[in-house]
Design a protein around this ligand. Structure first.
Ligand SMILES: NC(=O)c1ccc[n+]([C@@H]2O[C@H](COP(=O)([O-])OP(=O)(O)OC[C@H]3O[C@@H](n4cnc5c(N)ncnc54)[C@H](OP(=O)(O)O)[C@@H]3O)[C@@H](O)[C@H]2O)c1
Length: 233
């Protein structure tokens, strides 16, 4: 049996990956997001706001003592209000870093402690972003928190030989996050038309296609895999 803990299972990439994994009756999924969209006998949902550190601190991971593999997938993410620095509000700045970076750190800390003595193969997959390596005007907290998430993965990789750490960006995917990007204010986000064109020209990848690739990686994870795009695999 394989166990997967996935954040952000209510929409986009996380929902597609969760649904795909649940097609295999040997898989169990523990999903975390504020809203529940998936019902399945092998799915357990925790409705939780990842912006609330106390709630994350109190959560309990499943007892998967018979698992051959246990994976933690940091998928939930927030682009934040698309605004240049100088216009951002304190609460939004904090929430962006908490959801995209602090929550994955707290969850990773829990995961490693909780399953330390498990004989299962352990995997931590961070759904990264090209924005972690390329600055984008208007995405200041998103780019910098995603850069931090990638470095968190690399640091854990230095610390543990028995945990496979993967940090892989999905490319441009047709999800609600891309929809939010298309409705940004061009004064705050100079690349608005470029992103509207990705959608208008049908250049966004479907969530199912991306989920298939992540599933392939999770089933046969290679050590130290930090690559920019899932399509490069
Ligand atoms: N789409 C792209 O083109 C693209 C490109 C590069 C990287 N990514 C990355 O891919 C990942 C998935 O993005 P997506 O495009 O699939 O986004 P999405 O459709 O907007 O889904 C985001 C998920 O995160 C959850 N989430 C957001 N804030 C949360 C909070 N405070 N507490 C708990 N859950 C929260 C949402 O659930 P609730 O709202 O129900 O809480 C939702 O399930 C993200 O890490 C994103 O950075 C996406």
């Amino acid at each position: 049996m394989r166990g997967f803990i996935i954040t952000g299972t209510s929409s986009g990439i996380g929902k597609a990956l969760c649904e795909l994994l649940l097609e295999d009756e040997n898989n169990r999924v523990f999903g975390i997001s504020r809203t529940q969209k998936i019902e399945h006998s092998n799915y357990k949902h925790l409705s939780l706001d990842l912006n609330d550190i106390a709630e994350i601190e109190a959560l309990e991971f499943p007892d998967w003592s018979n698992a051959e593999q246990i994976s933690l997938i940091h998928n939930a993410g927030w682009i934040g209000p698309i605004q240049k620095m100088g216009k951002q509000e304190l609460g939004a700045i904090a929430a962006s870093y908490i959801i995209n970076l602090v929550a994955p750190a707290v969850l990773s800390n829990h995961f490693i402690a909780r399953y330390r003595s498990s004989k299962a193969q352990k995997v931590i997959l961070s759904i990264g972003s090209g924005a972690a390596h390329t600055p984008v005007a208007g995405w200041n907290t998103y780019c910098s928190s995603k850069a931090g998430l990638d470095m968190l993965s690399r640091c854990i990789d230095e610390e543990y030989d028995d945990i496979i750490n993967l940090s892989i960006a999905p490319g441009k995917v047709d999800t609600p996050m891309q929809n939010d990007i298309r409705f940004a204010d061009e004064k705050e986000f100079p690349r608005l038309k470029e992103f509207q064109n990705y959608h208008n020209k049908g250049e966004l990848t479907g969530t199912k296609e991306v989920a298939e690739k992540y599933k392939k990686v999770l089933y046969k994870p290679a050590q130290h895999l930090h690559i920019d795009r899932i399509s490069d695999i």
